[in-house]
Design a protein around this ligand. Structure first.
Ligand code: ADP
Ligand code: MG
Length: 387
């Protein structure tokens, strides 16, 4: 959708801002550009809507070399969100949001209707916030208006330059989540600039890590964190990249261990005998619909005996996560409930459990074989899996 081919920019004073950039942003993809201040991120961004012209190479949008596209038409296809937000102070929030549609020739009433829809979409009640002026909003609300305004003409491409930079960390995280939710519905092709590695990892389908004026690595967050391409990238992503990777690696069905299972209405004595014969010391308890009820130890089943059913000695289990959730969430559940395992569900259906050993295996998926450490096969994991 957006394709950079060996793009360079040397400013008239001789400063090389970027050099030999080649990468592609696919349709509907969110790519983050991350790097220290002055590494060329904003320059890269502004070349996409021709606020800055490259001095070498070319940029294609939708297969078309933008050097030949009228900049005004090009800018209609690209929404632009900047850190300073840049709202007109003497216009209401509604009119600010309606600016672009109004400029592109929409009837005033229709432009305002559209603006109201968009304010709603970014979580601002148009009845309350529409008539206000920018100075009457909090920083986070102004940022939301900036996003609404960029979306107003429904451009296929969004350029976001440090869009959440001007707000405190708590608000920033909320805005990031909101935007990801919004992006899941609008599916724009997004280029997002940030100097914050956490934001780049959190928001990006893929990320470009900038060194000075060039891309050091362009890949998924999991791959960048798992196998940094250069010592520079490894330093930039931080010594805790292993921990960061927990939040970008999703739980997959093949990561799960299938524990022994008992049914809620099964007679306790026969369940004890069956599980004992299989060498199990505990079992996950499911109801008739295959949904998680909890767990039970074989010892408790034996003590309960007939005519009790499994349900009587069974304990409830609250540590669970949906399949597809990040490993970090599973780890956090284990810590919160002080549990040796966490159940993984698909809707209400029980799929299996994640144990510390399985968690570690899943985490290793995105690491190169040459990672330093003790080979997995040589480690005896002490976990509930073999309890
Ligand atoms: P970033 O957004 O990553 O902080 P920029 O793209 O703004 O970086 O700047 C990249 C480099 O180009 C910096 O060294 C900056 O000083 C320089 N630069 C930016 N704009 C100009 C300009 N108009 N003239 C000369 N140098 C510039
Ligand atoms: Mg910048």
């Amino acid at each position: 959708m957006i394709r950079f081919e060996q793009v360079g920019k040397v400013y008239p004073d001789g400063t090389t801002a970027v050099d030999d950039l080649s990468f592609e942003v696919r349709e509907g993809e969110l790519v983050t550009l991350v790097g220290p201040s002055g590494c060329g991120k904003t320059t890269t961004m502004m070349m996409v809507n021709r606020l800055i012209e490259p001095t070498s190479g070319r940029i294609l949008v939708d297969g078309e070399d933008i050097a030949g596209v009228d900049p005004v038409k090009l800018r209609r296809r690209t929404g632009y969100v900047i850190q300073q937000v840049g709202l007109f102070p003497h216009r209401t929030v509604l009119d600010n949001t309606a600016t672009v549609p109004a400029l592109t020739g929409w009837k005033r009433a229709r432009a305002r209707e559209r603006a109201a829809e968009l304010l709603d979409l970014v979580g601002l009640d148009p009845g309350i916030y529409g008539p206000r002026y920018p100075a009457q909003l909090s920083g986070g609300q102004r940022q939301r208006v900036g996003v609404a305004r960029a979306l107003a003409a429904d451009p296929p491409v969004l350029l976001m330059d440090e869009p959440f930079g001007a707000v405190d960390p708590v608000v920033r995280e909320r805005l990031q989540d909101e935007f990801l939710g919004l992006q899941a519905t609008v599916g724009k092709t997004v280029l997002l600039v940030t100097h914050d590695i956490e934001e780049a990892v959190r928001m990006g389908d893929r990320m470009a890590v900038y060194g000075e004026g060039r891309i050091e690595q362009f890949d998924t967050p999991a791959a960048v964190l798992g196998t940094p391409a250069t010592p520079y990238v490894a330093r930039f992503v931080g010594a805790d990249r292993g921990l960061k990777r927990l939040s970008v690696t999703a739980i997959e069905p093949e990561d799960l261990w299938a524990p022994p299972v008992a049914r809620l209405d099964e007679p306790a004595g026969s369940a004890a005998a069956r599980l004992g014969a299989a060498g199990a010391r505990w079992a996950v308890v499911l109801n008739g619909a295959g949904e998680l009820h909890g767990w039970v130890s074989v010892e408790a089943l034996r003590e309960a005996g007939e005519p009790a059913t499994v349900g009587e000695p069974a304990r409830r289990m609250d540590a669970w996560v949906p399949v597809g959730a990040p490993l970090k969430q599973a780890f956090s559940e284990m810590l919160q409930y002080d549990a040796g395992w966490v159940a993984v569900l698909d809707g209400a259906r029980f799929l299996g459990v994640l144990t510390p050993a399985k968690l570690h295996e899943a985490l290793r998926r995105s690491v190169d074989a040459d990672a330093q450490g003790v080979p997995r096969e040589e480690v005896a994991f002490d976990s509930v899996a073999d309890a």
